[in-house]
Ligand binder design. Structure first.
Ligand SMILES: CC(C)(COP(=O)(O)OP(=O)(O)OC[C@H]1O[C@@H](n2cnc3c(N)ncnc32)[C@H](O)[C@@H]1OP(=O)(O)O)[C@@H](O)C(=O)NCCC(=O)NCCS
Length: 177
């Protein structure tokens, strides 16, 4: 048994990533990815994740500035567990509804402490990218995500009310120095 670690996406975890993608899609996430296409062109898919040049913000792609992004995977015993997205800077949308970070654990691995591990392990990488204070925006009703962020020492800035286009969000700052 090996410890969970954050690493760059790689071909080594294809099988477990595809299984995880099916789990994510079953709960309505990543619907913009075609699983067969990802599976058949996995090397190209990984390459795009490494390039990390985009942050699409569907369905607002045409009026939101794209920012560079680093994507890391949480891996344990050679299995994909979850994804961390680090946006290198904020645009107006990320300042309010997206933040610097997004993290997700595959549904079958939730409730086992991996979310907490992922964010703890993320801090040195965020710092390495030159981000001293990372903004994290979370649904106030998402108990586990709010717990994880508070456990890691993030400080609540405010709660933005829902608008007709965007949902309510707690905005936290995480010290990464
Ligand atoms: C939010 C998320 C990352 C949490 O990951 P996880 O691996 O299940 O979290 P952990 O197992 O580390 O649990 C963290 C805390 O939440 C609690 N928790 C876990 N699941 C819970 C649930 N369903 N209800 C209430 N509390 C819960 C745990 O007990 C733990 O608290 P503790 O440290 O006081 O015991 C995961 O649910 C997820 O991927 N959600 C979808 C994406 C998302 O919302 N990301 C948010 C950041 S952008």
């Amino acid at each position: 048994m090996s410890a969970a670690k954050l690493e760059k996406p790689s071909m080594d975890h294809k099988e477990s990533y595809i299984k995880a993608l099916k789990e994510f899609q079953a709960e309505g996430r990543y619907s913009f990815l075609d699983i067969d296409d990802v599976e058949n062109n996995f090397e190209e898919f990984i390459q795009k994740l490494h390039e990390g040049k985009k942050n699409i913000h569907k369905p607002y792609a045409d009026w939101v500035e794209t920012v560079p992004e680093t994507v890391l995977w949480l891996v344990k015993d050679n299995e994909f567990i979850g994804t961390l997205n680090i946006r290198h800077r904020l645009n107006w949308h990320l300042e309010k509804w997206g933040g610097h970070l997004n993290f997700i654990i595959r549904p079958s691995m939730r409730g086992k402490g991996f979310g907490k591990k992922l964010l703890q392990k993320a801090i040195p990488y965020i710092s390495y990218l030159g981000i001293d204070r990372a903004l994290i925006t979370i649904d106030p009703k998402d108990t586990s995500a709010n717990k994880i962020i508070q456990f890691c020492g993030a400080v609540l800035e405010d709660t933005l009310p829902a608008t007709d286009k965007f949902p309510e969000r707690n905005r936290y700052w995480l010290d990464c120095t």
